[in-house]
Design a protein around this ligand. Structure first.
Ligand SMILES: [Zn+2]
Length: 474
């Protein structure tokens, strides 16, 4: 028997199955594999989803591979495969329903009795993108396989589960971009993520027997269809209540679970260029010989990027890290950012304000940590202004900070701190949290908290400037 490659009419060698893009194929026609002048034989056809693909298997009773002539038709959109010298047994089903988003139905019938042709029609939903397809010889004698690729709709498997500290991350590879709905349910505490257009083969369950762990079980199953689309539901069953967030990380979808929302990781920041043409001065408080507030290190999980040597936590270190993150967030929004310091140097208060005034900054923001006389008494977040024209900015930033951090509201306050008193344009001083309160210190030493604080300040500035608050006093 000649090999499959040799049997391809036209003599072009294809070692691997080939894919053809439907969009280019309005009038194409191709003989993929040939039965040559073989006598007609009965075929049996099956169709099944495999991952996101539709797999059609054609078996010829005479053990030959099918000769397939493929083309597309419009109104309604369909993909047609004519099988040469083929007979459809009278008892063969004429329709196969396939639960896929991109393909719903495969129809077949006897066409042209002499020579006999079996026509296989794949009905495609309207408005879908062009599917690619390929064909190859199957494993069984006389089996030919057509694979019609789903439109990027992935096959879902259980997510990869990793943990870092008390944060658990569940990562689905390659399913970023699926529309989703998330929610939390009680008794037992669990959260769900619905992925529209996604399919699971059966219910997948993974138990987590560690009694001390946060996760009890992760399962993935199919929900009722919505708008003609399959919906897959991920359920994460927890041993205790926890915060969660769901975000895209490149092509992946990540579900983060942990005891506190402010400690959950964040996806990469994608600014919307809402600060194009704006200049922002970011002022990390203190620096060099001026350490700012300092406190004994009391938080258990220290480290994570903020320096804390000798058992002490220094304000100048923490605020520099937050300020750098703020600068990145503002730049992602298209702003020009000038930092009064970007390392551990001392700069006078007069000079900090002068920098902003010299370049007519749209906003000046000084980043600090608070502290109080008696440790562990006060905690929370506040934003200070001096000039009345800075009040809307202070309010916008404080609102974003409280929403992002969940810290106590210490209010928008008036104070004539030198840096904001001397700044001519809108200027604020942010007290992110109290360095000498154990709870707040634990937050400040957590990089996700600092990142959240930075993004919240950036969002507040975006809010303020896009409400026309950026008018400058010259
Ligand atoms: Zn300070």
């Amino acid at each position: 028997m000649p090999s499959a490659v040799e049997r391809i009419r036209g003599g072009r060698e294809i070692a691997r199955p080939r894919a053809l893009v439907w969009a280019l194929a309005a009038a194409f026609s191709l003989l993929v594999a040939g039965v040559g002048r073989a006598a007609p034989a009965q075929v049996r056809i099956t169709a099944a989803p495999q991952g996101g693909d539709l797999v059609i298997s054609i078996s010829r009773a005479d053990g030959e591979h099918s000769s397939i002539h493929a083309f597309t038709l419009d109104n309604p959109s369909r993909l047609v495969f004519d099988l040469a010298n083929a007979l459809l047994p009278p008892d063969h089903p004429r329709t196969l329903e396939v639960a896929l988003t991109s393909v719903y139905r495969v129809r077949m019938g006897q066409n042209q009795p002499n020579p006999p042709v079996v026509r296989v029609v794949v009905d495609l939903p309207e408005g879908g993108g062009p599917p690619a397809w390929e064909t190859h010889n199957g494993e069984a004698p006389g089996e030919t396989v057509i694979v019609v690729h789903g439109e990027g709709r992935p096959a879902l498997a259980l997510p990869e589960v990793t943990s870092k500290g008390d944060i658990v991350l569940l990562r689905f590879s390659g399913v970023g971009g699926l529309t989703r709905r998330t929610g939390a349910l009680a008794e037992p505490p669990r959260l769900f993520v619905d992925l529209a257009g996604a399919e699971v083969s059966g219910e997948l369950i993974r138990d987590f027997p560690d009694e001390n762990g946060l996760l009890a079980q992760v399962r993935l199953g199919q929900q009722p269809e919505e708008d003609g689309k399959p919906v897959a539901r991920l359920v994460v069953e927890l041993r205790k209540d926890a915060a969660h967030s769901v975000f895209e990380d490149g092509a992946d979808l990540v579900v983060a679970v942990g005891p506190e929302a402010w400690a959950l990781p964040l996806p990469a920041y994608h600014g919307a260029e809402r600060l194009k043409g704006r200049t922002i001065v970011v002022d990390p408080g203190h620096g060099g010989k001026d350490t700012g507030a300092q406190a004994r290190l009391v938080a258990k999980e220290a480290g994570q990027g903020a320096d804390c040597g000798d058992g002490m936590v220094l304000e100048k270190d923490i605020v520099l890290d937050i300020a750098k993150r703020l600068a990145r967030a503002l730049e992602a929004e298209g702003a020009k950012v000038v930092m009064t310091r970007s390392d551990d140097t001392y700069i006078s208060l007069r000079e900090r304000a002068a920098i902003a005034n010299r370049i007519h900054a749209d906003v000046f923001v000084s980043v600090h940590c608070n502290s109080c006389d008696r440790p562990n008494t006060l905690h929370g977040t506040s934003v200070y202004y001096d000039h009345a024209h800075s009040i809307p900015l202070a309010r916008a930033v404080q609102a974003e900070l409280l929403a992002a951090l969940g810290t106590e509201d210490k209010g928008v306050r008036n104070a004539n701190f030198a840096v904001i008193r001397r700044t001519k344009g809108p200027g604020i001083l942010v007290e992110t949290a109290f360095i000498n309160h154990a709870d707040d210190q634990r937050r400040l030493l957590n990089e996700n908290f600092r990142e959240r604080a930075a993004r919240a300040i950036a969002h507040g500035i975006v809010e303020f400037l896009n409400q026309g608050g950026g008018a400058k006093e010259e």
